[in-house]
Design a protein. Structure first.
Lengths: 342, 406
């Protein structure tokens, strides 16, 4: 790693850590920005690097939320009684119970989602192209419907997490740093992963799956492991979201296929599929765009967002990174011999 | 809108006599995320109208006297699109960006559940009028207060009536069969829980227990099953949209059940929209204009009814929905609490709200430790010849129940 790179990454890290103090009024928005980066980067692991466009990654987000909620509630109370529509009693958590829920809930969510990804992947990775996209979308929709009819977790009422027992501004900081830690870990992890043989193998699957298979790559295993690794991060991010949002309901918040489920794909398309920085830059651009339209063009926000998606899909299919790579290939280490004609 | 505003400002100008006194008053800003679009829009608008009516009524009758200074209310609204996560975001926005220190509730238990954690985190007192599910009141929230009765009480007296009718016809109440069709949301699931509790007390059998489809726009499949199982009582709960769809399709499919009980009939204006189809349906209500409650600001319940119709002519031909009345009551609770607290300190106001014991046109308001109103009964009305007549509980009944429903 060159000195310039080291300085660049160091500055970014410092900015990430200082951000909630530099912009104290925007802690929640900044935390959500990290969430977008996490879901975009993990989506790109299968979508960009492996060529499997999942529309069902939101399944891991929603499942992570519910796993964290159930674990946190179960630590202190009976889940079925707590979620009953008929109420009754007063339910509170001690500091210890709250933090135990936060830690075990987040780790448990990541682990459970990895297992789910392996199982669902085993079934759906036989599908290719649009069939895989629709198949995974179906899984997410079905899961949302199932959970919304499951009384033990509150059904269509949704589920309410305990409020943070301490000062609220500190709580926002905590949520920010949890998301930031997850995001930074994920970034470091994938930048390492893509440089390994494993990374080369999933790229080979993307470029030509039959050929990869013929070369001796156990493609199904690679696909399942990749998706499971992505699911760990999405599930853990869902768990942190559950603590952040406190109350969430199954179809519009947890398994929100048409919002976050699509946004993560748009982020990646915007930044550039199959690149390390594309999803990050895309998430930043998308989130900035969304916050600006939601704040200043309230009432027009969905139209603006729809227009953005159309423009990206029609004109910038390779995203910002793809555009740059085409214009300035030398920035990406590609050599272009000027003047020489084939 | 313009006609209504013009009427309101004309009324306030008359009441104030001069505009000078208005100039000297301070302003207390309340905030509310409310469903102006989406599936709860009908009731969101009823609630907003209730808030606005109360604000202008209180302002024109001298405002709120805190210490010796007078104040006027104003309310900042945002449209939550009937979505919980949107509601929570907007509540944060009201508190952080607009500096709102006191909140009025949104529409529905679901939205209230999404917003209550936010107001609780910021220690913002919220008086809500439209979230009735008991599951709101077991979280230990200190800053949440609800002026309405909780949902299990909505249709309890319908079950009692069914038991009485069974006895009168020589049957045992345990022979009564019940079909339940409710929306999959906190409010309706608690309606269901209440019906199940009461049915259980009488040993009644639930023969159908269904959830309404999410968009509430087609109940054909459920009603077909109802036709097959022929229950003695059919219970439906799905806010205004659910009520409208149910009454229309009950009529179209000629569903004949001796007793049909539902919520939100007036809010959906089922008599105006579906006429004959709505006949003899039982409707629960938090408030009726025929009840004998009164207070110095709004006068009697009947007076509230008349003045509300004058201010909002779109209600002239239909009953004033209780959603509007209880929204007004929530604003009235704030006025009362500010005056008793004698300060604008949030904690002082919160404590004053907790000690509320207020006689209002909407009924008595007194909060339990958990924040729900425990001082006001629900009444059950039946649509008889296009009119809503109170049939239960017997202390308030003005008419006899028509049973069985043809």
């Amino acid at each position: 790693m060159t000195m310039r790179r080291l300085v660049f990454y160091g500055a970014l890290l410092a900015l990430s850590l200082a951000a909630p103090f530099l912009f104290p009024a925007f802690k929640t928005q900044l935390a959500t920005l990290w969430l977008m980066i996490i879901v975009a980067l993990s989506w790109d692991m299968t979508g960009g690097q492996m060529g499997y466009n999942s529309l069902g990654n939101i399944f891991f987000y929603g499942t992570g939320m519910y796993v964290a909620a159930v674990i946190t509630i179960a630590i202190a109370h009976d889940v079925g009684e707590y979620t009953a529509a008929s109420g009754g009693g007063i339910y509170t958590w001690t500091w210890g119970q709250y933090f135990a829920g936060l830690v075990i809930g987040t780790l448990g969510a990541g682990f459970f989602c990895a297992v789910c990804a392996a199982v669902i992947g085993w079934i759906t990775f036989g599908l290719r192209g649009p069939y895989f996209a629709i198949g995974t979308l179906g899984v997410a929709i079905a899961a949302g419907e199932l959970v919304s009819n499951w009384d033990w977790v509150g059904g269509g009422q949704g589920i309410t997490m305990p409020n943070y027992p301490g000062d609220f501004e500190r709580f926002k900081l905590l949520i920010y740093y949890l998301f930031a830690a997850l995001g930074i870990t994920l970034f470091v992890f994938v930048s390492w992963l893509y440089s390994t043989r494993f990374g080369a193998a999933i790229n080979a699957i993307r470029d030509d799956e039959e050929k990869a298979e013929a070369m001796g790559i156990h493609t199904l295993r690679y696909k399942m492991v990749t998706w499971a690794m992505a699911a760990v991060f999405v599930g853990a991010a869902g768990a942190v979201s559950a603590f952040q949002l406190i109350h969430f309901e199954p179809l519009e918040t947890a398994y929100q296929t048409i919002n976050l489920g699509i946004f993560m794909v748009v982020c990646v398309l915007l930044g550039g599929k199959g690149t390390l920085w594309g999803p990050v830059i895309g998430a930043v651009m998308f989130h900035a765009f969304k916050e600006v339209t939601w704040s200043y063009f309230l009432g027009w926000q969905w139209i603006a967002l729809g227009a953005l998606i159309v423009v990206v899909v029609v004109y910038f299919q390779d995203g910002l990174m793809g555009y740059l790579r085409q214009r300035r290939p030398d920035w990406f280490g590609m050599r272009v011999d000027a003047g020489e004609t084939p | 809108m313009n006609v209504r505003n013009a009427l309101l400002s004309a009324a306030s100008a008359v009441a104030l006599g001069s505009s000078a006194s208005a100039m000297e008053c301070g302003t207390i800003t309340l905030g509310s995320a409310i469903s102006l679009t989406g599936k709860y829009a009908t009731n969101g608008v009823h609630a907003q109208n209730g808030y606005e009516f109360a604000v202008s009524k209180i302002n024109e009758s001298g405002g709120i006297t805190v210490g010796d200074k007078c104040h006027h209310f104003e309310v900042v609204y945002y449209d939550d699109e009937s979505k919980g996560d949107r509601g929570a975001t907007l509540a944060e926005r009201l508190i952080n960006q607009d500096g709102v220190q006191y909140m009025l509730g949104p529409y529905s238990s679901g939205l209230t559940k999404a917003i209550a954690p936010v107001t609780e985190k910021y220690r913002i007192p919220m008086v809500e009028a439209e979230g009735a599910s008991r599951s709101l009141f077991n979280k230990g929230y200190r800053y949440l207060f609800a002026v309405l009765s909780t949902s299990e009480q909505y249709l309890a007296s319908a079950i009692t009536l069914a038991a009485e009718k069974a006895k009168a016809t020589g049957k045992d109440p345990s022979e009564v069969t019940i079909a339940i069709a409710v929306e999959n949301d906190p409010f309706s699931l608690d309606i269901r829980a209440g019906v199940l509790e009461h049915a259980g007390e009488h040993g009644m059998r639930v023969v159908l227990d269904e959830k309404l489809p999410r968009d509430l726009s087609d109940l054909t499949a459920i009603l077909t099953k109802v036709k097959l199982v022929r229950p003695d009582v059919l219970v439906i709960s799905g806010h205004s949209k659910g009520a409208a769809t149910a009454v229309r399709q009950i009529g179209e499919q000629r569903i004949s059940v001796p007793m049909i009980a539902m919520t939100h009939c007036e809010a959906a204006d089922v008599t105006g929209n579906f006429g004959e189809f709505a006949e003899n349906i039982l409707c629960s209500t938090q408030w009726a204009e025929t009840l004998t409650y009164e207070d110095p600001i709004f006068g009697s319940a009947a007076n509230y009814n008349a003045e509300f119709k004058a201010a909002y002519p779109e209600y002239a031909e239909k009953p004033v929905p209780y959603q509007a009345a209880q929204a007004s009551a929530a604003v009235y609770v704030f006025k009362d609490a500010f005056e008793r607290a004698g300060s604008l300190d949030r904690e002082a106001v919160r404590d004053a709200i907790a000690e509320t014991d207020l006689a209002s046109f909407y009924g008595q308001i007194r909060f339990s430790e958990a924040g729900n109103n425990i001082a006001k009964p629900m009444v059950l009305r039946q649509i008889q010849n296009g009119r809503y007549n109170v049939v239960a509980p017997s202390a308030f009944a003005s008419h006899d129940l028509i049973w069985p429903r043809p």
